[in-house]
Design a protein around this ligand. Structure first.
Ligand SMILES: Cc1cc2nc3c(=O)[nH]c(=O)nc-3n(C[C@H](O)[C@H](O)[C@H](O)COP(=O)(O)O)c2cc1C
Length: 151
């Protein structure tokens, strides 16, 4: 039984590292966690996790990283009914990209919202221009997520 599916999209490893750090924190809080990347939407659905945490960087000009692209495309193409699923999104980006800042995470947030999944906490946007310490930048937010899932 998986409590939280963590899906990550990463090009240079930053989002992957944050996914692993977040997994440890969530496990410490008592949750069973499973990490997903380089997979299909069906692989995530098969885990039947009641909560999804999506952590994605943005690449190209507002593009989704390749290792999470199939999940994103699956969501957009099939729009599964996830009304019993809670979700939260961490976007990693760089504000010097201005109009495509954190676009991949924003697109995921929108795609999940369209599946009728319940947003557990508002999207967190981490700007590489401001900090490289993503664990510190997300610590309070992860705390809110833990509280919300435990409610
Ligand atoms: C080639 C390239 C393109 C990028 N494009 C964007 C972008 O369009 N929007 C954005 O917010 N950040 C963009 N970024 C910044 C990354 O999303 C950011 O540095 C992130 O922390 C990288 O995470 P990763 O190590 O998991 O790939 C880009 C970075 C690179 C190297």
């Amino acid at each position: 039984m998986t409590d939280i599916a963590i899906l990550y999209g990463s090009v240079y490893g930053g989002a992957e590292e944050l996914a692993e750090t977040s997994a440890s924190r969530l496990e410490d809080a008592g949750f069973a966690v499973k990490l997903f990347s380089d997979c299909e939407l069906d692989d995530v659905l098969a885990a039947n996790a009641p909560n999804w945490l999506i952590i994605s960087s943005t690449t190209g000009s507002g593009d989704i990283p390749q290792n999470i692209e199939n999940v994103y495309t699956g969501l957009r193409d099939t729009v599964p009914n996830l009304s019993k699923t809670g979700y939260a999104v961490i976007c990693m980006g760089d504000s010097s990209y201005r109009e495509t800042f954190c676009e991949a995470g924003k697109q995921f947030d929108e795609a999940m919202y369209e599946t009728m999944a319940k947003r557990l906490v508002n999207r967190l946007e981490i700007d590489a221009c401001e900090t490289m310490d993503t664990a510190a930048a997300s610590a309070a937010w992860i705390g809110q997520l833990v509280d919300k899932i435990k409610q």
